[in-house]
Design a protein around this ligand. Structure first.
Ligand code: SF4
Length: 323
């Protein structure tokens, strides 16, 4: 179950409990709707266009952190746009740590690549999920739309590496970089990533607008993905948005099996205004569907299937149900 949930509650400090008894412990907070890059697959493209002029003030971010901490949320992931360009980012991190939360952010490395900007951030940050979409500048920069972005994110990764720090990578698989995905994952491992998330092109925002040009075929995913984990033997691999049956012997690396419930706080439209609202996701089934091929599959209860847009556009006979 996912989406907007009515927030009725008897007392203010009870945790949010999911339909299967899950306790909500993770907050994703959209701090900015601006970014120096224009990734062609950006899931936030529409929200950045619509809400870029509505700043998230320090006071609003502080209220969100405090209210969710009271509900038992233990970890906050700052995202955007690029969260580190928020003018009060260090103050917001400091407050999260003061509240006892584990802190992370999704980043293209804008501030962490600059020593004077990174210095106050890094002691307050437990993890960072770096966006790395190719093994070289040519591949990566073509997808992010900004020359120099490969150099920025790899410099940020090198500057952030330290014992105990969660140095993670997200790489989005598209038609344009799938054939070098193994090289990208190998580079992420060499740069010290302990966790590498391979994300399938997601039909949201720019990813939806450009889906036919971007999304790899199921056949190509099945050919390439099973060979990828061996390219970074020291790292943990996860595959997001990929049917389990395309992963071969690595089906257990499907993110469907390792996903945590999360409350996402972001700008949303309301009649006559915009509001900063909470969306509760209790399962990784967003925009995923089962197809006719899935009917006899014994993994159907674990795997959330293919993206809905893929099934609308194309044949799904490359799925391999486990009987
Ligand atoms: S056949 Fe369907 S349910 Fe089974 S692993 Fe593939 S996508 Fe998932």
């Amino acid at each position: 179950m996912s989406g907007l949930v009515a927030l009725g509650s008897p007392t203010k400090t009870q945790p949010w409990i999911g339909p299967e008894g899950q306790v909500m412990e993770r907050l994703e907070l959209h701090l900015t709707y601006t970014c120096p890059e224009r990734c062609v697959f950006c899931s936030e493209e529409d929200r950045m266009t619509r809400y870029g002029e509505f700043p998230v003030t320090f006071g609003r971010a502080a209220r969100v952190l405090r209210s969710h901490r009271e509900r038992g949320v233990l970890a906050v992931h700052f995202t955007g746009g690029e969260p580190s360009i928020h003018p009060r980012f260090v103050d917001i991190l400091r407050l999260a740590k003061k509240l006892g939360m584990r802190t992370s952010m999704g980043t293209i490395g804008t501030m962490l690549s600059r020593p004077e900007k990174a210095a106050p951030i890094l002691p307050l940050l437990d993890e960072a999920l770096f966006s790395l979409h190719g093994p070289d500048a040519q591949t990566h920069d073509a997808l992010t739309g900004r020359p120099g972005s490969f150099d920025t994110v790899t410099a940020a990764m090198r500057a952030s590496a330290r014992p105990g720090f969660g140095l993670f990578v997200n790489t989005v698989a598209t038609k344009g970089n799938l054939e070098v995905l193994g090289d990208t994952v190998a580079l992420a491992g060499e740069l010290g990533a302990t966790l590498i998330v391979v994300s399938n092109t997601t039909p949201e925002g720019g990813g939806l607008h450009h889906y036919p040009e971007l999304a790899p075929t199921l056949t190509d995913l099945a050919r390439v993905l099973p060979g990828v984990p061996a390219r970074a033997p020291e790292s943990v691999l996860r595959f997001f948005g990929v049917p389990m049956c395309l992963l071969g012997e690595h089906a257990m690396l499907s993110n469907d099996l390792h996903w945590d419930p999360r409350v996402t706080t972001e700008w949303a439209s309301a009649p006559g205004k915009v509001v900063f609202d909470d969306f509760y996701n209790w399962a990784p089934d967003r925009k995923r569907v089962h197809t006719a091929e899935c009917a006899p599959c014994s993994r159907r209860g674990l795997c959330t299937g293919v993206f809905d847009r893929y099934a609308e556009l194309w044949d799904t006979s490359a799925l391999r149900p486990l009987r």
